[in-house]
Design a protein around this ligand. Structure first.
Ligand SMILES: *[C@@H]1O[C@H](CO)[C@@H](O)[C@H](O)[C@H]1NC(C)=O
Ligand SMILES: *[C@@H]1O[C@H](CO)[C@@H](O)[C@H](O)[C@H]1NC(C)=O
Length: 442
């Protein structure tokens, strides 16, 4: 993306002189950039989640002006879902991916993982109707087995995916939504592998008539993690939890759970971003003190800190050192009393706090983002069994919930500020089972 900016700038005038599809799509891109900087204060218009079943699909629900959900659309991803296993080899759900971030959103781009097909799918969300998703290109290989978390950097125009199966590790892609920019994706790919475009694998060859938009690989091979897993993996211990760009896209972070049974230590991987790409060198792996099962993260804006959940005790505030080798250490570990499986986290801009959910307890816990202290425990009386993935936007917090008859989305209103979250809806997802995972809003 960085290397494309001069090109975009030189073409920007086109919009004012012509009405070509190229010009209007560049204009959309500019709007998208402006919106991504301004829109975070407003409530979303829609939420998206993944069924993660055999006919993997993105379920989109409308968000009304009062914050409540109503039916929207179901869009197949063109791939299959799959869940991990317990020690006895039984497929698990909810939380079958052992992950946070199985669906990611940035502006109008949405990416979903297909854990059973080893692919990821890019969609474009209509700017006029957020329930209308259009697949961009075809699903592409995730370069490993059991993709379970994905992240998008708007700044870099890139996405990275984590795989937690037999071939475990991460891989990165350029997001190409404009066919005229496909050749530039080729250039950055070839720069990275030091080969002229003529030597590139066939599927990367420039062919404007075919699949010239979509996800273009930036890596030639998986960046492997030594998990020695199977496909599907046995978990939740000894699996990858989440991959995410940090807030200024200067590093790609990945949380990996250890395995207490084998004294295997979990770690936080950090790859630096160099020259507009996730570098293949300079990865650091930190073992923040006291953590065992690093799970979902919430970046704390305006700091180098992140709040990471750990289902072995609660959550930890973790900070990186200022030195060139980004190592992370535990600043505060917060034991959450009575917790069973604190795994998912979301930072809420309007309250300055982090909300975490527990797969084994039906409650929402709010944590102070500077001290890590528990602000409030909201016990829900809606009858669900627990909550997994969580996403916050504006004054609304959405969490995936589970009951006897399948998946739900629980909506919380945080407009009254810190410590005053209120449950406003428990929306039953018809026909969506407990395999559902991932949640984002736009
Ligand atoms: C997959 O799901 C979509 C959306 O609900 C539906 O339209 C389609 O018929 C399903 N395909 C199969 C093979 O079940
Ligand atoms: C793990 O470490 C503990 C403490 O050092 C030790 O007692 C135990 O035997 C180790 N377990 C395994 C499986 O290595």
């Amino acid at each position: 993306m960085v290397q494309l900016l001069p090109f975009l700038a030189s073409l920007a005038f086109l919009h004012y002189t012509t009405a070509s599809p190229l010009a209007s799509s560049l204009d959309d891109r500019t709007l998208e950039l402006a919106n991504s900087m301004l829109a975070h204060q407003a409530n979303p218009k829609a939420i998206h989640l993944l069924t993660n079943d055999a006919n993997n699909s993105v379920v989109t629900l409308k968000v009304g002006t009062d914050g409540t959900l109503s039916e929207g659309s179901v869009t197949p991803t063109g791939g299959m879902g799959l869940t991990g296993m317990n020690a006895k080899g039984m497929l698990l759900s909810p939380d079958g991916l052992f992950s946070q971030g199985s669906i990611a959103i940035s502006g109008r781009n949405l990416i979903a993982v297909n854990s059973g097909s080893n692919t990821i799918t890019l969609f474009s969300i209509s700017s006029s109707d957020p329930t209308k998703l259009t697949m961009v290109g075809n699903p592409v290989s995730s370069m490993g087995d059991f993709p379970m978390s994905v992240t998008i950097s708007a700044k870099l125009g890139q996405a990275c995916v984590a795989n937690s199966g037999a071939r475990a590790g991460i891989a990165c892609f350029e997001i190409v939504t404009n066919p005229f920019l496909w050749p530039f994706a080729l250039i950055s790919y070839s720069k990275r592998i030091f080969q002229p475009p003529s030597l590139l694998p066939k599927k990367h060859s420039a062919n404007p008539s075919k699949s010239s938009t979509g996800l273009a690989p930036l890596d030639i091979a998986l960046r492997s993690f030594p998990l020695k897993q199977t496909t599907p993996p046995t978990g939740p211990a000894n699996t990858i939890s989440e991959v995410l760009f940090n807030s200024d896209s200067t590093a790609l972070l990945t949380t990996v759970k250890g395995d207490p049974a084998t004294n295997n230590t979990g770690f936080l991987s950090s790859y630096p971003v160099v020259d507009g790409c996730v570098s293949e060198e300079g990865e650091t792996r930190s073992n923040p003190k006291g953590t065992t099962l690093l799970f979902g993260t919430a970046l704390i804006p305006g700091s180098s800190s992140l709040l990471v959940t750990d289902p072995s005790f609660g959550a930890a505030l973790i900070s990186s050192s200022a030195s060139a080798k980004a190592m992370f250490s535990t600043a505060v570990a917060t034991k959450i009393t009575g917790q069973k499986a604190t795994c998912w986290a979301a930072y809420v801009e309007n309250t300055g706090t982090v909300f975490v959910t527990d797969g084994g307890l039906n409650r929402l816990v709010e944590l102070d983002s500077s001290t890590g202290a528990v602000v409030k425990v909201l016990d829900s009386t809606n009858g669900n069994g627990g909550m997994t993935d969580i996403f916050a936007k504006g004054n609304l917090v959405f969490a995936l919930g589970f009951g006897k008859a399948g998946a739900r989305v629980v909506v919380f209103d945080v407009s009254a500020g810190k410590g005053a979250a209120k449950e406003i809806q428990n929306f039953m997802l018809k026909g969506v089972g407990t395999t559902a995972q991932g949640i984002v809003a736009c």
